[in-house]
Write a protein that binds this ligand. Structure first.
Ligand code: AQP
Length: 332
């Protein structure tokens, strides 16, 4: 059976981008057709300036939202990365096959390092090595497929390179995984800055739709989305990024395709109105389920406890094999 692994970082409140680019597909498709693991990758949240209590809160909220979005612990494994030591163990071994140059070429590193400096902070070493930890997350489970948004494609490519290099140097140890992306909305853009990805820890808050935003807040954000100077509704990502973003969001929420939808609308106003309603409807069941789950925190804790136990059992044989292959003495 195909092994699928993916994760979500508790660096902020989860967004419509996280949902349309990743979570929705995990719940609707991946958990049903594969042996899948979904993880709150909390160690990755420590790579930038963070408040410990907030990370803990956001980790619990992210886990709850994964379940609210439809992940079923009977079908897949849901857990928190730091509860499974194998991730950090394998990360160090992979650091011994990765190079400094490779890390510095990562686009997300360049963007996030620049942002930390803009905010007056320093760049943590873990921000540079973050893609290696992500490779460890994936490789520890013998993963075949990594369903992610577009922005993670370069990191999955690096994971493949590290797996191949390790296998060539030390003998076959890792499955070489591949990334899969959704057909539409693989990169949802910020509604106020449609040339930038909608990211949960961005500075441009009004351009970000959060999964737990009230319906009226969602409507307001979509109705105020920046559009382009033209008047006609056309789907052109380069020349009309604002309108293209709305068409993609509408297509992802209503099941159409962005080019065909462009022909249906004669004004930006009606496109925004329908997009706002479509987003409100897509998020409604998630918000409702989230509320239900919050009333039963013991259930979520139990899912995470069992998930971590299962994940540990799956990761340990591969990480032990890597430990031996690279030249370390097995513990007696
Ligand atoms: N805007 C997006 N459009 C489509 N997919 C997206 N994803 C994130 N943003 C978009 C996908 O969501 C999954 C989880 O992402 P993540 O939380 O691990 O980290 P990220 O990609 O760095 O997401 P953010 O929201 O931009 O976080 P910050 O601001 O902290 O860096 C991934 O599959 C991702 O592709």
């Amino acid at each position: 059976m195909t092994r699928v692994f993916s994760g979500i970082k508790p660096t902020g409140h989860l967004t419509l981008g996280n949902y349309l680019g990743a979570m929705r597909q995990w719940a609707a498709a991946d958990q049903h057709r594969s042996d899948a693991l979904f993880c709150v990758v909390d160690l990755h949240a420590l790579t930038v300036d963070h408040d410990p209590a907030r990370v803990r809160r956001l980790s619990r909220q992210a886990a709850t939202l994964l379940l609210a979005s439809g992940l079923d612990p009977e079908l897949c494994t849901v857990f928190v990365q730091s509860h499974v030591d194998e991730h950090a163990r394998l990360s160090y071994l992979l650091e011994c096959v990765a190079t400094d140059g490779e890390m510095r070429r990562m686009i997300q590193y360049k963007e996030k390092a620049a942002r930390e400096q803009r905010r007056g902070g320093s760049v943590r070493l873990s921000l540079l090595t973050y893609p290696v930890l992500m490779a460890a997350d994936i490789l520890a489970y013998g993963t075949d497929e990594v369903p992610v948004g577009d922005d993670q494609a370069q990191h999955v490519e690096l994971t493949r390179d590290l797996a191949v290099r390790f296998n060539q140097r030390y003998g076959h140890t890792f499955v070489v995984p591949r990334a899969t992306h959704p057909r539409v909305a693989a990169r949802v853009m910020n509604l106020q800055e449609p040339m930038s990805k909608m990211g949960k820890s961005d500075d441009v808050g009004p351009g970000i739709v959060y999964l737990l935003d009230e319906p009226d807040v969602v409507r307001k954000k979509v109705m105020r989305a920046v559009t382009d100077s033209g008047r006609e509704v056309v789907y052109d990502r380069e020349a009309r990024p604002g309108v293209a973003n709305l068409l993609e969001i509408l297509a992802a929420c209503s099941g159409g395709n962005p080019e065909a939808l462009a022909d249906v609308y004669e004004s930006y106003g009606s496109l925004k109105k329908d997009t706002a309603e479509a987003v409100v409807e897509v998020l409604r069941p998630v918000r409702e389920k989230h509320k239900e789950l919050c009333a039963d925190p013991g259930y979520v804790e139990g899912v995470l406890r069992e998930g971590a136990e299962r994940a540990r059992g799956m990761a340990r044989p591969t990480v032990d094999a890597a430990h031996r292959a690279i030249g370390l003495l097995p513990a007696a």
